[in-house]
Ligand binder design. Structure first.
Ligand code: C2E
Ligand code: MG
Ligand code: MG
Ligand code: MG
Length: 276
């Protein structure tokens, strides 16, 4: 009995592994086709000042307009895109669209923020390529922000710092995304030219609830250190009025979240009752 169970388990394991491998290959192929078919599009989510709810800028977030499955978020395909390296081509496509579709959103001010896969930093000329894209699309470097994650900084810190320095000198400032989910401290982060810190939404989730003390203390510490380092702070994932109040009370002014607006196509924000 033990033997047959073992055998059964082996077979099951083997089959599911095969299925998983197949799915990855299928997805990779589908991603390649989707890129060429133009199915990747940017959605834009406002980043706001919480006191008067005015829009400071928009983060461009990738969506896959799948002909059969509908609109897919990055959670469904980004891991495979990263793993396969396809994210490089997909991102360049996205950055171009973020600039062209996003331009009308920032015509009167504000910025468009794009997410940079860690992979791009293996190219010492990443900044040159990005600036070239801005020239081609006529998008002002001062209106573009880039978002990088802690993991990116750990890769080849000196190379990453050089690229960020050159971008900043050209007018493109950088933000640290999902802060608090990795292992780096703000003092480490300070070695990089970063203008903004985005506090991960896992810390925002507890706010306005009973056990908010720990997250509040962390956010408070990030705020005061950021202030002394001349960096601005954005709270990610603000969904409730209670969270907005709690953040304002401890002096956090900027945020992004469903409370203020979900990611939408650029046209949505340009409608007469939109915000741009
Ligand atoms: P991120 O850069 O941290 O983006 C914020 C994510 O939080 C987005 O998820 C956004 O839809 C979600 N979000 C915003 N406000 C709320 C809220 O109030 N509640 C909840 N539950 N979620 C909220 P999304 O669009 O699924 O993107 C996931 C991640 O995929 C992004 O996290 C970013 O790391 C990555 N990503 C998105 N677009 C691109 C891209 O064009 N290129 C690359 N390389 N990565 C991208
Ligand atoms: Mg981001
Ligand atoms: Mg984030
Ligand atoms: Mg995130």
């Amino acid at each position: 009995r033990a033997k047959s169970t073992g055998r059964q388990r082996f077979v099951l394991f083997d089959e599911s592994q095969q299925t998983a491998a197949m799915n990855v290959l299928e997805l990779e192929l589908a991603l390649r086709n989707a890129l060429h078919a133009g199915e990747f599009v940017p959605y834009f989510q406002p980043i706001v000042r919480m006191d008067d709810r005015s829009t400071l800028g928009y983060e461009a977030l990738i969506r896959w307009q799948h002909p059969v499955r509908g609109l897919l978020g990055p959670g469904e395909f980004l891991p495979v895109a990263e793993e396969s390296g396809l994210i490089e081509a997909i991102d360049w496509h996205m950055y171009r669209l973020a600039c062209t579709a996003g331009a009308p959103l920032v015509a009167k001010g504000g910025f468009i923020s794009i997410n940079i896969s860690p992979r791009h930093f293996q190219y010492e000329d990443f900044d040159q390529r990005l600036l070239e894209l801005l020239r081609e699309t006529g998008f002002a470097p001062e209106r573009l922000r880039i978002e990088v994650t802690e993991g990116t900084l750990l890769g080849d810190p000196d190379a990453v710092a050089r690229i960020l320095e050159r971008l900043q000198a050209a007018g493109v400032s950088a933000a640290l995304d999902d802060f608090g989910t990795g292992y780096s401290s703000l003092s480490y982060v300070h070695r990089f030219p970063l203008k903004k810190i985005k506090i991960d939404r896992s810390f925002i989730r507890d706010l306005g609830q009973e056990n908010a003390q720990r997250s509040l203390a962390i956010i408070h510490a990030v705020l005061s250190l950021a202030r002394s380092l001349d960096m601005s702070v954005v709270a990610e994932g603000v969904e409730t009025e209670a969270q907005r109040q709690a953040l304002l009370e401890i002096g956090c002014q900027r945020a992004q979240g469903f409370l203020f607006g979900r990611p939408q196509p650029a046209a949505y924000w340009l409608e007469p009752d939109g915000k741009a």
